[in-house]
Design a protein around this ligand. Structure first.
Ligand code: ASP
Length: 341
């Protein structure tokens, strides 16, 4: 029997049309386009249904409730399909992929996010291959997790990051090997951590996210931390600090540490990630990072900023204590960080 795939259209360039104000999503448009893509209806292709969200969004408008909406569509259709393909804008695709990887607990089916740099409505669109190959990948089910397929690369969703604003190969996962490359054939590779990621056997469930206040602060030479003091100490429950290299921050005279300590004592979780796309945080390797650890910050190791943000939402939504969240931020939950580093 043919496999059945659920296509969920959330918006993004792939389904956009030209308007006077620039490209914009158009309700009902994708359905007409899909009918004209012969590959999707060829023998051997899985059957599919299309679910279009309302409203369709440019992904730069996506927020926590939109992740919940996508999660709810998957949860309510989970048993009816062999896999899911989510059509999504590229701008925040890596955030949504990360969020879904935590939200969709005990997931045992492929959920593939894809989109395009050029709309299907325009010539030279990369949307055809991204869409058709994603549907095949979802049906092949070689990897049963949240995935991102784009420009010939199949990536783990919570390891992916958008690397280019205009290349057709827009995403990569600098800290995690590709799960497949699609050239003339689709070549799948086993995930390097496959042995340690045995399915839990528990039933699939959805964890809806709460919109807790979370912030990302990128450190730069000359940063004046007191300017951020109000934000860091009062308003934000989770803070992702993008430090230099292995997690270093400017020291003497920049007054960050007392602020971090106060934020930590007030209940904020401060997670340090790196501005370098590749490599890992190693708090304590340099004098410039040791005090961060002593002030209560946790290490994001080799997680992307996208995964850190999503993980903070997840852990706060689960209602864990501050101590538990600190510990779990440094623990691999669903392949978002490398073990043994
Ligand atoms: N702004 C668009 C979006 O993220 C860009 C894209 O899809 O490539 O929805």
């Amino acid at each position: 029997m043919n496999k059945k795939i659920c296509l969920i259209h959330t918006g993004g360039t792939i389904g956009m049309v030209r308007t006077a104000e620039g490209f914009s999503p158009k309700a009902g448009y994708l359905e007409t386009v899909l009918k004209k893509i012969d590959d999707l209806h060829a023998d051997g292709m899985p059957d599919f249904d299309l679910i279009e969200l309302d409203p369709l969004l440019d992904s730069s408008d996506m927020a926590v409730d939109d992740w919940n909406r996508i999660g709810e569509v998957i949860a309510s259709n989970y048993s009816s399909y062999d896999g899911f393909v989510i059509l999504h804008g590229t701008d925040t695709m890596a955030y949504t992929a990360s969020a879904l990887s935590f939200m969709l607990e005990n997931l045992d089916k492929p959920v593939v996010l894809t989109g395009s740099q050029i709309p299907l409505s325009e010539i030279r669109s990369d949307g055809h291959d991204n869409l058709v190959t994603s549907v095949i990948i979802a049906a092949d089910a070689k990897h049963r997790e949240v995935l991102l397929y784009f420009g010939g690369r199949l990536l783990r969703g919570n390891r992916a990051t958008k690397m280019s604003a205009d290349s057709m190969i827009a995403f990569n996962s600098p800290n995690f090997p590709h799960l497949a490359n699609a050239g003339m054939q689709i070549k799948y590779y086993p995930a390097v951590d496959q042995a340690s990621r045995t399915p839990s056997g528990k039933p699939f469930s959805l964890c809806r996210f709460e919109s807790v206040p979370i912030g990302v602060l990128k450190i730069f030479p000359g940063i004046s931390f007191p300017v951020f003091e109000n934000l860091l100490t009062e308003k934000l429950r989770g803070i992702v600090l993008e430090g230099f290299g292995a997690g270093n921050i400017p020291g003497e005279g920049h007054a960050l540490l007392p602020i971090i300590r106060r934020a930590f004592e007030a209940g904020s979780i401060i997670t340090v990630t790196s501005q370098c796309p590749q490599g890992t945080i190693s708090l304590g390797t340099y004098k410039a990072s040791t005090p961060l650890k002593m002030a209560g910050a946790v290490s994001g190791f080799d997680m992307t900023t996208e995964a850190c943000v999503a993980k903070l939402y997840y852990l706060f939504s689960k209602g864990y204590s501050k101590t538990q969240i600190k510990e779990l931020m440094e623990t691999d939950l669903c392949g978002e960080m490398s073990r043994n580093i």
